[in-house]
Design a protein around this ligand. Structure first.
Ligand code: DQA
Length: 141
């Protein structure tokens, strides 16, 4: 099985982007960590990032059509996009929402997620280890 790890806007800039909030790990580090954990668990993983909402919606449609499990950090779209929510709602596999930072300890607008109630599980505040935890959960059993 291939677990899709889908990342939204600005996450390609990890490492240089607000390191006090998001840490010093780069996007390449995030991809490597996901691949490492997937390898340990015997699953394939495909890690993607886009700053295009249309592209993310297309990926979610593909996951819905394929029955894929998805780990998603929708970044700012989490708090703004009904379109991303509607696409995520179509995923029938396990859907895990991940945020690097603890969004609940930040600005009030980050406390609302359009995804959490359609997600199977939510992981926040664990940095890139949150992705590792999400992949282990998806790969369970
Ligand atoms: C984020 C949190 C969001 O509020 C923010 O817009 C991001 C990253 C996180 O991983 O902590 O871009 O999803």
């Amino acid at each position: 099985m291939t677990v899709l790890v889908l990342n939204g806007p600005n996450l390609g800039r990890l490492g240089v982007r607000e390191p006090d909030v998001y840490g010093t790990a780069t996007y390449a580090d995030l991809v490597a960590r996901c691949e490492q954990v997937a390898g340990e668990r015997g699953v394939d993983v495909e890690v993607r990032q886009t700053d295009s909402e249309a592209e993310m919606i297309g990926w979610l449609h593909g996951a819905a059509d394929d029955g894929s499990d998805v780990v998603i950090n929708a970044a700012a779209w989490t708090h703004t996009s009904v379109a991303i929510r509607d696409a995520a709602s179509q995923v029938t596999g396990t859907l895990v929402e991940v945020h690097l930072s603890n969004v609940h300890a930040r600005e009030a607008f980050r406390h609302t997620s359009y995804l959490s109630d359609v997600a199977t599980a939510v992981v926040v505040g664990m940095g890139i280890e949150g992705y590792a935890a999400a992949i282990r959960f998806v790969a369970r059993a």
